[in-house]
Design a protein around this ligand. Sequence first.
Ligand SMILES: Cc1cc2nc3c(=O)[nH]c(=O)nc-3n(C[C@H](O)[C@H](O)[C@H](O)COP(=O)(O)O)c2cc1C
Length: 169
Amino acid sequence: MTGKRVLVAYGTQNGGTAGIAEEIAATLEKDGLAAEPRPAADVTDVTAYDAVVLGGGLYAGRWHRDARRFARRLKSALLERPVWCFSSGPLDATATQKDIPPTRAVQRDMSRIKARGHTTFGGRLDPDPQGRLARSMAKRGMAHDWRDFDQIRAWAHTIATDLDKQAVI
Ligand SMILES: Cc1cc2nc3c(=O)[nH]c(=O)nc-3n(C[C@H](O)[C@H](O)[C@H](O)COP(=O)(O)O)c2cc1C
């Protein structure tokens, strides 16, 4: 493979999306890329990277604000490199069973940076999460980890393959 540098940036409230980003980066590394998972809020410059993966936990149909702000702040540089996006949200098995398109708000964020692709992964609700609403959902018995790591790794492989094809062309 190519050894290209890939940033995997994420916006998270309770860490579930960070875990997905770390798995994506680990998979890309195994595929021969130099991948780095980082909180989106910490990134001020993406020019050192050949490609970017941007993911956000879903809150009321929108990405976590760190992912939204990342897309807005770094728009010009993102337009100059390939970007793939993911959302993490559904607290049930639907994301494993079918392809869930981006929400309208995420579509808008993605079109701003001309993202090449998107997928939705199941989410995770921690038993003791941050946030009043999240805590009340956990108390109602919704705490569970719906992330499917086979699905996450499979999607990361498709990005590695696409980047490899670009190197050949
Ligand atoms: C207050 C609240 C609102 C949520 N809204 C949505 C939503 O609109 N769509 C969705 O698929 N999941 C929704 N979820 C589920 C979260 O996206 C899921 O828990 C995700 O894994 C959170 O990511 P994080 O742990 O990285 O913050 C919501 C969860 C909470 C607590």
